[in-house]
Design a protein around this ligand. Structure first.
Ligand code: AGP
Length: 607
């Protein structure tokens, strides 16, 4: 996944593009570049380098860049390593292009158009530029129409033609492009959130429509050449939360925001003490009539789904699956009109999840999305959508999006139990009251973050960390393990603690760090037994447990964090906040870039 930007208007394009590319770095930050149409000569100059946008800005500072029309790109490497040659934009003949997505048949195209010795990079994107150039004889529409019919895969293309100064062309298939008008021109970008400082309205470029962007406006053409009207949307995205507010990293700010944003996700959906989804236009019959639920999601969002599954099983007593979106389409999963498929996604742009959702729809399933970014592709593709109110989540490691996804899932489970008569109103209200306590209990954990910082110091140099728990504790640890891995680069694995003895315990040796979570009354005694099993083999155990549990005097732990008490099924969010902080402090004390870990990006728009 990459970030693309384009500007044409009265203002100098360079700074607008560099500033916006910095906001798009969550989509990838291996390399960056801009191309600018320089004045009347309509020369297109390309400036690009490996590294971050700040490195590109330094490169550009040494140049006289006056043009008022240009395109820009920040890359997450897919085809071809991290280098300035592989950075976008790519220029071929009179065509200069930026690309987000994957051209799956690029090797065939290299052969078909005799490009083998003509290319300067190892990217599929340069091949797309070459194919466009092959068809360009002066008519940009014809060239784009013919070229995209040869491309297989996903693409969001921003295109400049050397002899058409001041005009940006674009076309997309799956990968996103949104368009807005500013005070002095027009812009396109990978997502609307980064345009909030320029405008409050935008439209999504429809797939396989050619966009022509000039200073005075945007024109759309379908592939038959007919004009199309853009559907303008209001950008109701709360950009006020998009600063760091004095924290060293967005991740710390977003961890600390959780009590507030969980409350803001819950409160509007509780009426007379009972969850309601009226504002989301979710009809009760959808929750009452489905015979099975299937979550499709990736990473942290998938971990939220696992908690949702535990809740639905225990509260509603219907079957629920949680499928890795990237596996969903290839596992011959059975879905039908009685299946409710729920796509969970912070960005709403994860291609694996989007494609899984489309596959589910094609097979007759009812679909719902739980998404954070308003108007995102997954939201638009679903019949129903529930937005989490987490606000912009900038850190690559998801925290507040995860816990607000959980907040929605708790509400959904309670509403489903209520409309199905499993819960009466009193039981539903009692569940909802305990759910409403989560923000204050989580804040008690966050207020003790220095205790967790102390625990973090004890695992800074670990090579491998094991995490063990049962039931919901295991779900908590799957997410805690991902957090630790992705921002501290320490290898960590979460295990259902009852499973450890079936092989993996062979890896436990003297001083192996093990993190245990014990919050569930019905399994705590077995969890403590499993802890003894690893301790007897020399493991150094860090324990996060409900504060009401007692420990053997003889037992020794590397650290113990006592969690404030809630009813068992509500312990997930406070315990998750503790593990978020643990991962954060390990990464911070290791001096790593907590917000932008190596190899990662915030939105994965490649399959
Ligand atoms: C979470 O910390 C990761 N950044 C990653 O696993 C993420 O949750 C996953 O890529 C799904 O993203 P989405 O929620 O935007 O679909």
């Amino acid at each position: 996944m990459c970030g693309i930007i384009g500007y044409t208007g009265k203002d100098a394009a360079k700074d607008i593009m560099l500033d916006t590319l910095e906001l798009l770095e969550y989509r990838g930050y291996d390399s960056a570049g801009i191309a600018v149409c320089e004045g009347e000569k309509s020369q297109i100059q390309v400036y690009k380098c490996a590294g971050r946008v700040k490195d590109l800005r330094n490169l550009c500072e040494k140049e006289e860049i006056e043009g008022t029309c240009g395109i820009g790109h920040t890359r997450w490497a897919t085809h071809g390593g991290v280098s300035s040659e592989n950075a976008h934009p790519h220029k071929y003949g009179k065509v200069t292009l930026i690309h987000n997505g994957i051209i799956e048949n690029y090797k065939d195209l290299i052969g078909k158009y005799g490009l083998l010795d003509q290319l300067h990079s190892q990217t599929d994107s340069e091949v797309a530029a070459a194919v466009l150039s092959h068809f360009y004889k002066g008519d940009p529409y014809e060239a784009i129409r013919k070229a995209v019919l040869k491309l297989k895969g996903t693409f969001a293309l921003g295109i400049l033609f050397e002899d058409i100064p001041g005009t940006i062309f674009a076309i997309r298939n799956v990968s996103p492009i949104v368009v807005t008008r500013t005070d002095n021109g027009m812009m396109l970008a990978s997502d609307a959130a980064v345009l909030g400082q320029y405008s409050e309205e935008y439209f999504v470029l429809p797939e396989f429509h050619i966009l022509e962007l000039k200073e005075e406006g945007a024109t759309l053409y379908d592939l038959s050449g007919e004009t199309a009207e853009p559907r303008w949307l209001v950008l109701d995205w709360d950009t006020s939360r998009s600063g760091k507010d004095g924290y060293p990293f967005y991740m710390e700010k977003e961890i600390m925001e959780q009590p507030e944003v969980i409350r803001e996700t819950l409160q509007p959906r509780i009426y007379e003490g009972v969850p309601y989804f009226t504002q989301d236009e979710i009809p009760d019959h959808l929750l009452r009539d489905c015979e099975r639920i299937c979550v499709v999601a990736c990473g942290t969002a998938m971990h939220a789904g696992l908690v949702g599954k535990a809740l639905i099983h225990s509260l509603v007593r219907i079957h629920m699956d949680v499928e890795l979106a990237s596996e969903f389409m290839y596992s011959d999963i059975v879905v039908d009109e009685k299946t409710l498929v729920i796509a969970i996604s912070q960005s709403g742009e994860t291609i694996d999840t989007l494609e899984a959702l489309k596959y589910a729809k094609k097979n007759g399933a009812r679909t719902m999305a739980i998404v954070n970014v308003r108007g995102a592709s997954i939201a638009r593709e679903s019949e129903y959508v529930i937005y989490t109110n987490a606000g912009p989540e900038i850190a690559v490691a998801s925290t507040k999006a995860y816990t607000t996804q959980l907040a929605v899932l708790y509400l959904l489970a309670a509403r489903m139990a209520y409309v199905r008569g499993v819960f009466d109103k009193e039981r539903t209200a009692a569940f909802t009251r305990e759910l409403m306590r989560v923000p204050e209990v989580m804040k008690q954990v966050l207020d003790r973050r220095e205790e967790i910082h102390d625990i973090a110091r004890g695992i800074l140099d670990a090579a491998d960390v094991f995490m063990i728990g049962r039931g919901l504790d295991y779900c908590i640890l799957l997410e805690g393990s991902l957090k630790l891995k992705e921002i501290s680069y320490i290898h960590s694995e979460a295990y259902a603690s009852g499973e450890l003895k079936h092989g993996t315990i062979a890896l436990i040796t003297e001083d192996t760090p093990v993190i245990a979570v014990v919050t569930q009354d019905k399994v705590q005694s077995k969890e403590f037994s499993n802890i003894k099993e690893v301790q007897s083999r020399g493991a150094e155990v860090v324990l996060f447990m409900k504060e009401t549990y007692t420990l053997d005097k003889a037992a020794s732990f590397r650290g113990v964090f006592k969690l404030p008490v809630m009813e068992d099924e509500f312990m997930v969010m406070p315990a998750s906040a503790a593990l978020q902080l643990l991962a954060y402090y390990v990464s911070l004390d290791k001096g790593l870039d907590v917000d932008k870990p190596r190899n990662l990006a915030k939105v994965v728009t490649v399959e």
